[in-house]
Design a protein around this ligand. Structure first.
Ligand code: ACO
Length: 331
């Protein structure tokens, strides 16, 4: 069974309710039909009857919950919650209503916040920023977490590295400024994500262009300091760095550059030192190694919300919904 089939099986075992707010896109309906037929999750679609009739035409949506954001009996509850959460930011009931009607992502997050859904998947026709901003504003981070970050679960075919070709790569999607505490937090969250999605022990490599002090620069020190922070907090976690990518993956290089490291040569969780490196890194592996790149999956949010690539296919939405449902089970 491939990675995504295992995730679908887990999702089916304890069905969660996932909201798809992009009723303006036919791929939403294509995916919803597949999810409902396979029994992966309960599906809520937010859209007016006109949007649903136009874009959902021809799809079997039996079992889907259709929520009209203009005529929903629960709407006042969501407006009240929006105002309660954002009053300090100057959000009035009128502004809340307008925002929810204009941008269904806000509606979807409020459904989660009020306990009417377990997670959201969006982004087939919205940018990453516009997809995740409502979640950051309304759902916020889990207790004790400062920053949400985004990982890809990479499934690399015919690969002797990682956990039979499975890796977590982070942060590839969210944070544009990294300091040592933020990198340390990304590493901790990524280790947890690897454990819950792959079901194996994470071996976390904190990547750099230097291995164990071979280069001197503030960028290198930042990574080495992050490793110290994680080791202090989680002495049992297999984490090491700073490591170059070849030392992280290839045993013969690890023997030369990082002898004695428990992670070097065996890494399965790769934490990149910047968003540029993470975003370019996952796309290189996806394109050149023909890897499946599942994500970006957000980690650190109080409830699961996940983004899609705007070039995604309906099957990609199905996969991300299954991953979101599994995150909801854990949370
Ligand atoms: N974790 C937790 N909360 C956060 C984070 C974070 N990483 N970043 C911002 N926030 C919170 C802020 O504190 C703020 O809360 P508040 O409104 O209660 O005060 C709220 O989110 C909005 O923050 P802003 O800084 O005003 O929001 P901004 O418009 O800058 O958006 C965003 C934040 C969307 C994460 C931005 O940093 C961003 O666009 N990141 C890059 C996304 C991207 O383009 N990725 C690459 C493409 S993805 C791909 O290729 C798959």
């Amino acid at each position: 069974m491939g990675f995504i089939d295992e995730i679908k099986a887990k999702a089916k075992a304890d069905k969660k309710t996932i909201v798809l707010p992009e009723s303006m896109d036919k791929r939403t309906f294509d995916a919803a039909e597949k999810i409902l037929k396979e029994g992966i999750a309960n599906i809520v679609i937010i859209g007016t009857p006109e949007e649903i009739a136009k874009n959902g035409e021809g799809y079997d949506l039996t079992g889907a919950i259709l929520v009209d954001p203009f005529n929903d009996p629960n709407k006042q509850k969501y407006i009240d919650k929006f105002v309660e959460l954002r009053a300090k930011k100057g959000v009035t009931p009128e502004a809340a209503k307008e925002q929810m009607e204009k941008d269904y992502m806000y509606y979807a997050c409020l459904m989660c916040k009020c306990g009417d859904a377990d997670g959201v998947v969006s982004g087939a026709c919205h940018s990453t920023g516009n997809t995740i901003r409502p979640a950051l504003q309304l759902l916020k981070t889990k207790p004790g977490i400062n920053s949400v970050s985004g990982f890809f679960l990479m499934e690399v075919p015919d690969c002797e590295f990682g956990e039979n070709g499975l890796f977590v790569f982070a942060d590839c999607a969210v944070n544009t400024d990294f300091d040592s505490p933020k990198l340390a937090e990304i590493a901790e969250l990524s280790a947890e994500s690897f454990r819950s999605f792959v079901g194996a022990e994470p071996k976390v490599a904190m990547l750099s262009y230097s291995t164990m002090g071979s280069a001197k620069h503030d960028d290198v020190t930042k990574v080495a300091d992050a490793v110290k922070l994680v080791k202090e907090k989680h002495p049992d976690l297999a984490i090491d760095g700073e490591l170059q990518l070849d030392a992280a993956l290839v045993q013969s290089v690890a023997d030369l550059k990082a002898p004695g490291s428990k992670v070097a040569g065996h890494a399965n969780t790769l934490v990149f030192p910047s968003l540029e490196a993470g975003n370019i890194g996952y796309k290189l592996v996806q394109r050149l190694a023909k890897a499946n790149a599942y994500g970006p999956v957000l980690q650190g949010l109080s409830m699961p919300v996940n983004d899609l690539s705007r070039g995604c296919y309906a099957d990609d939405i199905v996969g991300v919904v299954a991953m979101t449902a599994v995150q909801a089970q854990v949370q």
